[in-house]
Ligand binder design. Sequence first.
Ligand code: NAD
Length: 488
Amino acid sequence: MSTITQNPKSKSFETRLFINGKFVEASDGGKFPLISPATGEKFVEVSEATEDDTNAAVAAAKAAFPAWSALAPRERGLYLKKLAALVRESHDELAELEALSMGRPVSAYFEAHMAADDLDHYSEAGYQSLGTSSVNNPGYVNMTMRQPYGVAAGIIPWNVPVLFLVYKSAAALITGNTVVIKSSEKAPLTSAKVATLVEKAGFPPGVFNIISGHGHISGNVLSHHMDVRVLSFTGSSQTGRLIQQAAAKSNLKNVYLELGGKSPAIIFPDCNIDKAVRQTKHSIQFNSGQACMANSRIYVHESIADTFLEKFQKAFVVESGDPLLPGTDHGPQVDEIQYNQVRKYIEDGKTVAKMSLGEQSLNHKNGYFVQPTIFVQTPEDAKIMKEEIFGPVVSINTFSTENEVVAKANDTEYGLYAAVYTKDISLAMRMAKKLEAGSVGVNCTSPTNFLDMPFGGYKASGIGREGWHYSLDNYLETKTVMVELDDE
Ligand code: NAD
């Protein structure tokens, strides 16, 4: 077990707001503290965007819109291309910033490469925004035009910040929208770092604004803002509902919601058990269980349940400690609130289910570490089976028939991701059709997903889809133009 060696106080960080091409402090000088989740110590203060600052960012984006949307997609793409290269080069620094602010081990950091790939893709995707035409109606030539909305806002969570920042800005920018992104108050440092790269890439002032602060202040202003025409949000279902309400109460802006999950993984007896164990364990351990699509419910066929559980217990062993050390594969929960919430769910689980792994202390003074925890024989209506825990806590239950497991897997308000392990292709495809989830992995599980495939949720896991063939549409209005032709 490693001790926590980092000394973030000795480092310097960008912590200001990036509005209209300039780094500025909050207008009232307000800041909020960042506490290292690995040590429990405050290490830096970050600017808290006020209502005025948020309005200024939207006003800057609105002012920049006419010139930006008038550029050819190729010209807009040049900025995205430059930003992609800068993000890729900054991989190690971004990994370190995330380790410091939200505790993700640097060994598990992949986001900069994926975000850069996304930016590269969109840098050349602008010419795909095409309308349609129709000569079906005699005497008319009709067509549609695809046009940007204007100001697009993005509100992102703390668990995979750089990726969400890019998902919510690249497609919006290449289609001619201007953007305001609000980072999460729990992990704002990588977004502020990306803002320095936006400056370096030379984006015209106001096109790409990045602010930090709490949801009830700047987030609330963005979701109610009359000049924000489209808003993409990733975060909890609870906040998603507030954002949808704010849109309805203000200008009925278009809202895309990527929300929480309670994803099932279903293990049939004919599968490759070792692979199923390895991958389902990774799914719930990655990011200390703080992943929207983590398979927090595993259903194993009763005939292999003992073998699966024994192997899973052996595999669910972690090297916890300083997230900055390359040997660490398990960091802390993001903050004290999240830590206490996970602990509360574990206590609750103990009253209804059998704990088959957990409770040993991870022994890191003042850090918010939770030991991987397995519950078995959990009643299907238990809180820990219904609510998103967002920690390294998994329930492993059994089933005997296909219909039974489909009913159990779908008995949730969430529908983000489901996985099925079997070598029987017909069974796999029957399951893929029946499972109520935006993504289904067959012989693979989350976090497996691909940028060229749509991602999003059924039911309360969200509204809309993100992905290369989908996100462009999210940021384009459709206008019908009808042209009546004079007789010859
Ligand atoms: P959260 O809802 O607490 O916060 C997300 C963002 O919303 C933050 O930037 C926050 O400041 C802001 N916010 C909070 N209250 C607001 C308000 N009233 N108005 C406007 N903005 C507000 O979520 P979180 O804790 O940051 O992230 C974890 C959640 O995100 C989990 O539920 C997880 O499942 C979900 N998530 C979903 C996906 C997905 O793609 N479906 C991906 C990652 C995380």
